[in-house]
Ligand binder design. Structure first.
Ligand code: ZN
Length: 340
């Protein structure tokens, strides 16, 4: 038995990696719009490979790709009958790859779009969806659960209850799409404090904001909770004018979210800086969300002082023909054209 998530967090920061849905959409295996992870059943090798890439880059957690694999979403795409198979297979794939290294397996649930704080009946609907998804996940074998991209504290608390009933550690993170509070009106800091008081082992934020607009929210949360703090931004250059990836606009004024975000992408160096800054602010679970690539994760791992398998191929620009110290006279004659 390896160390549990809580033991690992007690020993130092844990590096996570997500963004499976965005990356597999880019690779042609998930349909943008519904964003249902049909790939789990249709092209399991594609999921396996992305897990492996994140593992080699240094991610310590393989997150089962069950994001949006809940009953309402599967009904939208006419695959409700595949619900159980999809959820079970996602955990099996994550476990299989986790064993190739020393990674933990996280079950995963997210915002359902079914929750309405003004309609109490929706609580039962959400609870039932989480219960069936996580019940299958626990049977297949998970170490802890990540409940993420929560717009509502109320919905996050339902997830936390279900996870607690299943006896697994819970990491519950909020989606900071709004300026300073959840859709049901709780400041992010207060919402995290409530989640921690309700028993979440790890609380924090994930998705929607890039490092520049995510980092300013961290200090308040760090001061409000004693438990572990998780932060997983998107690798996009959000800023004061567009604090979230949803608000980013092209020069022509077109919405970039969700499938024209490439011009706003962070470099690996920016994500490495984020990892260093997050750590300095007391973040325990340092991660990355939609838009992540293995190159980001490896740079973050190395910024945290890790040696990782993919590090074997980390950059050596001193060996580049044009940038090496002993550049040949033939090539040096053209170097000015590379800087003009
Ligand atoms: Zn995300």
């Amino acid at each position: 038995m390896g160390l549990s998530i809580t033991e690992r967090l007690a020993n130092g920061p844990v590096l996570g990696a997500e963004g499976y849905v965005f990356e597999l959409e880019r690779r042609g295996y998930i349909k943008a719009g519904p964003f249902v992870p049909e790939v789990v059943l249709d092209f399991p090798d594609a999921v396996r490979e992305l897990h492996r890439e994140f593992l080699r880059a240094g991610s310590e957690v393989m997150v089962a790709l069950t994001y949006y694999a809940h009953r309402e979403k599967l009904r939208d795409v006419g695959r409700e009958g595949d619900l159980e198979a999809m959820n079970r297979q996602a955990v099996r794939i994550a476990r299989e790859v986790a064993r190739e290294g020393d990674a933990l397996v996280a079950g995963n649930v997210c915002n359902t779009w079914a929750y309405d704080p003004d309609d109490p009946a929706t609580k039962a609907t959400v609870r039932a969806m989480y219960t069936e998804q996580l019940g299958w996940a626990v049977e297949e074998g998970i170490d802890f659960v990540i409940s993420e991209t929560n717009d509502y504290l109320g919905e996050a608390l339902i997830a936390l209850e279900v996870i607690s009933e299943l006896g697994r550690p819970a990491m519950v993170t909020l989606a900071p799409t709004q300026p300073d509070r959840t859709r049901d009106g709780y400041e992010y800091t207060e919402a995290c404090r409530i989640l921690a008081a309700a028993g979440a082992q790890i609380v924090g934020l994930n998705c929607d904001r890039g490092p520049q607009t995510m980092l300013p929210l961290i200090t308040g949360i760090r001061e409000a909770v004693d438990c572990a703090l998780a932060v997983q931004p998107v690798p996009y250059r959000t800023g004061p004018a567009a604090p979230t990836m949803e608000t980013l606009r092209s020069a022509e004024g077109e919405r970039a979210f969700p499938i024209a975000l490439e011009p706003f992408g962070c470099t690996r160096f920016e994500m490495a800086d984020f990892a260093t800054q997050a750590r300095a602010l007391g973040v325990d679970y340092v991660g990355i969300c939609c838009g992540a690539g293995p190159h980001h994760v490896r740079a973050m791992a190395e910024a945290l002082g890790r040696e990782v398998p993919a590090g074997k191929y980390s950059p050596s620009m001193d060996l580049h023909p044009m940038f090496r110290a002993d550049i040949s006279a033939k090539d040096a004659a053209f170097l000015h054209t590379w800087t003009a």
